[in-house]
Design a protein around this ligand. Structure first.
Ligand code: PHE
Length: 348
């Protein structure tokens, strides 16, 4: 029996070599130590052992049991550590690789330009008021001195919507909306979207942004000279030292009327599609508010006087950002939109 035990020990230990894998270790554990394993089997046969040999055999069984257990334990630990090592190696993470970029939104360059313009006017004492995009004929045309069959209505090809309403063709409705509820002195800017049945081109779009501005006070307090002063200040603050010119023009709601042109920054005056090859780009219309407009909002033109202007934000944006095609602003290609530095620091 002793030889038999030594044989069990020899076999078990040789099978539990350093290269034994998990399955082999487990097989030895079950065969030797299991409930119906080799050692259990021997214990059952202890009756056959002569009395005087029993203690020695018992000791030997216990010794082999502990030895095999210890070795199985040792190998299992080793195998577990190796498996962990292996999985860490296979799933190695390079912590020096750049992380996934989390895209941050930003305001649209046109909104940003608009915001910057509003800030300049606010610094000159203007207040910002929002008015509506969907308008009636009275506020978009009639009160602004476009009579019913006035040919100037054709200058602004209008989108009509249900219920006799229309999409405003300019932000000049803001003059009427604000003066209907507030009395002069007023210095107001009204930013917003406008709509005209224009085809999308390098310099025009069926939807565009304007900032309407107007200042009204007692006669003599707001003159054409103030108009020129405010707009020159604005152009300098927005563009820096760039040549501008006032050119006589016509609008039904101002008299006299003018347009402000900027030296075309895209071609430096040489001529390009954006400035229609003239070297100058029209950025705004302006003039002294027509007496009929003041009358339409219940302001006596014998007592009050004022000026108004309307700036095309996309036009101005093209020059400011050095973009030569307005369509790019509306295509929503993030590669284009993301490349402009923020100018205004946010939206109100
Ligand atoms: N409303 C005019 C336009 O859209 C611009 C303008 C505004 C002109 C105010 C004069 C005064 O073309």
């Amino acid at each position: 029996m002793k030889e038999q035990l030594e044989e069990i020990r020899r076999r078990a230990m040789s099978e539990l070599g350093d290269n034994a894998d998990e399955a082999q270790v487990d097989a030895v554990r079950v065969r030797v130590l299991g409930r119906s394993g080799e050692l259990t089997e021997i214990m059952r046969r202890m009756r056959e052992v002569p009395n005087e040999e029993r203690p020695a055999i018992g000791q030997l069984i216990n010794q082999i049991k502990r030895e095999v257990e210890a070795r199985v334990e040792e190998l299992s630990e080793k195998l577990k550590a190796a498996a962990l090592d292996k999985s860490l190696n296979e799933k190695r993470i390079d912590v020096t690789l750049p992380g996934m970029r989390i895209a941050r939104g930003r305001i649209h360059p046109i909104t940003d330009i608009m915001e910057q313009m509003l800030q300049i006017f606010e610094s000159l004492g203007f207040e910002v008021e929002m008015t509506q995009d969907i308008e009636d004929d009275f506020h978009n045309f009639e009160a602004l001195n476009f009579k019913e069959h006035h040919p100037a209505r054709d200058m602004q090809d209008t989108f009509y919507v249900e219920g006799g309403m229309l999409l405003r063709t300019h932000t000049s409705n803001g003059q009427i909306r604000v003066m209907e509820k507030r009395r002069p002195p007023l210095a107001i800017v009204c930013p917003g979207k406008c709509y005209r049945r224009d085809d999308l081109s390098v310099r025009a779009s069926p939807m565009f942004t304007q900032i309407e501005g107007f200042m009204v006070d007692k006669i003599g307090r707001v003159t054409m000279a103030h108009l020129k002063g405010v707009l020159t200040q604005f152009a300098q603050a927005f563009f820096g030292a760039t040549a501008i010119r006032f050119r006589a023009s016509y609008f039904p709601f101002t008299e006299p009327s003018a347009e402000l042109d900027m030296h075309c920054l895209l071609c430096d005056g040489a001529g390009c599609p954006v400035c229609k090859h003239s070297g100058w780009t029209e950025v705004l219309g302006c003039g002294m508010i027509h007496p009929n407009v003041l009358r339409a909002v219940g302001c006596d033109p014998a007592e009050y006087q004022g000026f108004a202007f309307g700036i095309g934000v996309e036009r101005t944006g093209l020059l400011k950002l050095g973009v030569d095609d307005m369509r790019l602003f509306f295509e929503n290609d993030l590669r284009f939109l993301a490349q402009f530095p923020a100018l205004s620091g946010g939206v109100r």
